[in-house]
Write a protein that binds this ligand. Sequence first.
Ligand code: HEC
Length: 138
Amino acid sequence: MKKLVCLAVLAGMVSLLSAGATAQIKKGKTRPLTTKQLMGGLVKVNCGGIGEALKAAPADDKAWEELATKAALLNEASYTLMDDGRCPDGDWKKAAEMLREGSAAVLAKVEAKDYAGAQAAFKGVTDACGACHKAHKK
Ligand code: HEC
């Protein structure tokens, strides 16, 4: 009998935990921003913008500056992904760190006005999208 009660308590805890994990993936614990909004409004726009801009060598200082802004905002998004209890597990954490390192690498190449280097570094950013989506985007 005691064993059964234990099992029931355990099952309850497991279902509570998995419900919590779902809530974290979709949104943090206290702030209003949903993951969907973060993706659509910040991550997608800046990642897409970098991909578009890197199709040709940036023409002038203004174009390089715009690229730097996009890379820096993507880098910032990698921190938001880890804040407010949003991160559910190690896969998420690893992908957020890939996004952080990839965007920082793009930014460094952009600041050096290294077009080929920026293109190569951008691969690290898109790999991060894929890594997290594979594990967590339903
Ligand atoms: C650490 C995890 C993580 C990383 C890294 C990540 N995403 Fe996402 N993304 C998600 C999750 C989770 C969803 C699903 C959100 C939902 O529908 O609740 C999502 C959804 C999206 C969507 C759909 C938004 C919508 O309106 O339905 C787009 C677009 C997107 N991500 C783009 C990107 C791009 C581009 C990158 C890389 C630069 C990226 N994501 C990196 C977790 C991540």
